[in-house]
Design a protein around this ligand. Structure first.
Ligand code: UT7
Length: 332
């Protein structure tokens, strides 16, 4: 075997920019009171949600994803032709197959590289970033578009007040690039990813249909209190694992960007971890739970505000159906 000249380079994946997109149509708590037996007071008190966005008729997950991807490419200053990997996290794909990621690839005019979907429900974006990070560090691709995009409005039972008030539609995206040098606290890049799942909890948050079971898309079903009970412990577990893997602490963080499902879960997790309230990014009031889109939507809100500086330490975290959960610690 000829091995002369072959050298494996240490690589890390760096976030170059981000973008997001919300459908035009907003749905307020007040409007929901005309659809189901609920109140603005109940929704705000239990969840912190005041508003959510709903995709228009004929507006699909791919359309939201394409808009977010274009915004991320612009923010990163990267041409679509320089992307050779698209990882799209969604539980509400346009079709059972092909992957919604290939719709995005075609719409961006990319005919090279490869694109695929990931399904880890609300943890989808954390799973997608972790996947892209592994591909980039492994040298399988150079520049990745990582997208979280959902149209949960299409799988909600609009007569079930325990779920329909919680979710919304949207998309967010980041551009990641492989750069030379191993991950380190001195350089921008992903430092550590922690993923977990436990299928014993699959009946606590699921969709009651699918191609192989009912040949329908099904509707979202959730035992909210059961999910709530597990959420804080699971979230803090993967964040503590990130701290341990990197020798960092809550004090070192500049930003905590949690999954936006419920303000009470976010506040309780931050408190348990000792993360100062001013570092906690909260957008749940404005777009509800957008599943895989919620973290990039929240991240984009602080990047757009101009408050994120190069070198800032950012913790992403999510928990959702499966159960799945995970965290990503990165330097911007
Ligand atoms: O993204 C994936 C992760 N998902 C989550 O993180 C969701 C986690 N769970 C939660 O956020 C909360 O459990 C909910 C917001 C879903 C519910 O809050 P809760 O404090 O756990 O309320 P509950 O389910 O225990 O319900 C309390 C009461 C019930 O009435 P009774 O049985 O006490 O008479 C519900 O029927 O509130 C009632 N209720 C409502 N009332 C008005 C449930 N939904 C509504 C509603 N409006 N929309």
């Amino acid at each position: 075997m000829k091995t002369e000249g072959f050298k494996v380079k240490a690589l890390r994946s760096v976030f170059l920019g981000c973008g997001s997109y919300l459908p035009k149509k907003a749905l307020t708590n007040q409007q929901l009171t005309e659809m189901v037996d609920t109140s603005d007071e109940w929704i705000v008190q239990r969840t912190g949600i005041r508003n959510r966005h709903i995709a228009a008729e004929g507006e699909f997950t791919s359309h939201l994803a394409i808009n977010a991807a274009k915004a991320a490419l612009e923010n990163a200053g990267v041409d679509a032709q320089d992307i050779d990997l698209i990882v799209l996290a969604t539980s509400t794909p346009d079709n059972t197959f092909p992957a919604t990621a290939v719709d995005v690839q075609a719409a961006l005019g990319i005919n090279h590289g490869f694109a695929f979907d990931i399904q880890a429900v609300c943890s989808g974006f954390v799973y997608a970033v972790t996947t892209a990070d592994a591909y980039l560090r492994g040298g399988l691709a150079k520049r990745a578009l990582v997208i979280g995009a959902e149209t949960f409005s299409r799988i909600l039972d609009w007569e079930d007040r325990t779920t329909c008030v919680l979710f919304g539609d949207g998309a967010g995206a980041v551009v990641m690039e492989a750069q030379e040098g191993a991950p380190s606290l001195e350089e921008s890049g992903v430092l550590t990813c922690q993923l977990r799942s436990d299928g014993r909890h699959k009946d606590k948050l699921y969709v009651d249909g699918g191609p192989s079971t009912t040949q329908t898309a099904g509707y979202l079903r959730m035992q909210g209190r059961e999910v709530f009970k597990h959420a804080v412990g699971m979230v803090t577990d993967v964040i503590e694992a990130s701290f341990e893997a990197t020798g960092t602490t809550a004090d070192d963080l500049d930003w905590f960007v949690p999954h936006q499902a419920n303000q009470r879960i976010i506040d309780a997790s931050a408190k348990k971890l000792g993360i100062a309230p001013e570092k906690v990014v909260k957008t749940v009031s404005e777009h509800g739970n957008t599943s895989a889109a919620s973290i990039p939507l929240a991240l984009d809100s602080i990047v757009k505000s101009g408050d994120v500086k190069k070198g800032d330490l950012i913790m992403l975290e999510a928990m959702g159906g499966g159960f799945t959960w995970g965290s990503v610690l990165l330097k911007w």
